[in-house]
Design a protein around this ligand. Structure first.
Ligand SMILES: Cc1ncc(COP(=O)(O)O)c(C=O)c1O
Length: 396
């Protein structure tokens, strides 16, 4: 017999992927230069040369056991040491290598974090609009996902709604700043308020509530801003980082979990992840990829194109009267659709070769996501097409 739970999932396909496949079909029919695919979040800037060089050096070197052998269960110690010192220097923290667990990207870090702090049937709070993969991450790791409806004025947190969602079964709260899909960065004020509320609720319920902080866009910020480091504000935080976007290497599957040194049983988190790994069949990221990112800790690809693209698209949308919060980071815009049904809007736009994703998939109907990790020339060429479509379809 096939497992019913996963068989059932075959009927819940990803809307992002559907839109992406639609774009691929349009490319065949209309030519790549005429299709503006703003569906999927695949980084579009080149990988730093130093990263590829390091990999080549490792692969050509004599030490094939270090390069191709099994990595230690929790990750290569020298890499974990470099990560902890970098985090300490950058965010004034006190991590040791023991608090770091190497993972296959943020996805794997989040799944390990969830298993670490959520018992079967306990609740995990997510703020809409949220990354759609949170549902499978949470539900397939035994949790129950509870959604807090969005604050569409600034995409911070609606604290009244959060208070109503918190209860004795709450084990964790997912935070994603900068956010996919809104591009919003949680302000210091938001994080302080969140920390105060969770601290109060921990006392009231008599158990810890963890923040699982999903941080793949930490370095993609605009206007020279910095992103407040969530763990700085709340001890019971597990930070889930990925090099997918900062180094443009999503296919290399590399990231880490960093347990706040002052969280509950901090020294047990990484070793517990090592045990969780056995059940997930994870058994550590590829050794030479760990060593290559170890060489580049604190460096990023040239991410400046994302800000250029954001400004072009933000100006175009707002100039047409489309309401949109100016993103502080990521490579996403999250405008309000020009009709109440964002799915209907995206269905019309896609036949004009403009491929967007309706906000319904992110728990925020009425909005749509524009993933602008494209080259700037393509973005520029899309704007007259966008204007033409909006004028003909909505008279704007
Ligand atoms: C908000 C968010 N979290 C997690 C992930 C997963 O990232 P990774 O490729 O590192 O597993 C993504 C990927 O797009 C994302 O946007």
């Amino acid at each position: 017999m096939l497992a019913a739970r996963y068989k059932e999932m075959l009927n819940q396909k990803s809307v992002i992927r559907d839109m992406f496949y639609f774009a691929c079909d349009r490319v065949v029919a209309h030519g790549a230069e005429n299709v503006f695919d703003y569906s999927i979040g695949n980084p579009s800037v080149p990988v730093p040369v130093a990263y590829n060089k390091k990999i080549a050096e490792l692969l050509e070197g004599p030490d094939f056991i270090t390069v191709h052998g099994y990595s230690p269960n929790l990750g290569i110690l020298s890499v974990r040491e470099k990560i902890s010192s970098y985090l300490n220097k950058t965010y004034d923290m006190a991590y040791k290598a023991d608090h770091i667990f190497m993972t296959a990207g943020a996805a794997s870090a989040i799944c390990h974090a969830l298993r670490c702090v959520v018992e079967e049937g306990e609740e995990v709070i997510v703020f809409a609009p949220y990354f759609p993969e949170y549902r499978p991450y949470i539900e397939l790791n035994g949790g129950v996902m509870r959604v807090v409806e969005p604050d569409t004025t600034a995409f911070q947190i609606d604290f009244d709604k959060l208070e109503r969602a918190l209860n004795e079964k709450t084990a964790a709260v997912m935070v994603n700043s900068p956010s996919n899909p809104s591009g919003a960065v949680f302000s210091e004020e938001t994080l302080k308020k969140l920390a105060a509320l969770l601290t109060e609720k921990q006392k009231q319920y008599g158990h810890e509530i963890f923040i699982i902080s999903d941080e793949p866009y930490r370095e993609i910020v605009f206007n020279g801003q910095t992103v407040p480091y969530v763990s700085k504000y709340y001890d019971n935080t597990l930070s889930c980082y990925s090099f997918s976007k900062s180094l443009s290497v999503p296919g290399d599957r590399i990231g880490y979990l960093a347990a706040n040194p002052d969280c509950l049983d901090a020294e047990m988190i990484a070793p517990m992840c090592g045990q969780i790994s056995r059940g997930l069949g994870h058994n550590c990221p590829t050794a030479f990829i760990q060593l290559a990112v170890g060489e580049l800790i604190g460096t990023t690809a040239d991410l400046s194109v994302y800000e250029t693209n954001m400004n072009l698209l933000y100006d175009a949308f707002t100039d047409m009267g489309i309401a949109c919060i100016r993103p502080n980071g990521t490579f996403y815009l999250f405008p309000k659709a020009p009709e109440p049904d964002a799915k209907a809007f995206c269905d019309k736009a896609k036949y004009a070769n403009l491929i967007f994703v309706p906000g319904d998939s992110f728990g925020c109907p009425g909005y749509f996501r524009v993933s602008f990790c494209r080259d700037t020339e393509t973005v520029k060429r899309s704007i007259p097409v966008l204007r033409d479509f909006m004028r003909k379809t909505y008279g704007i």
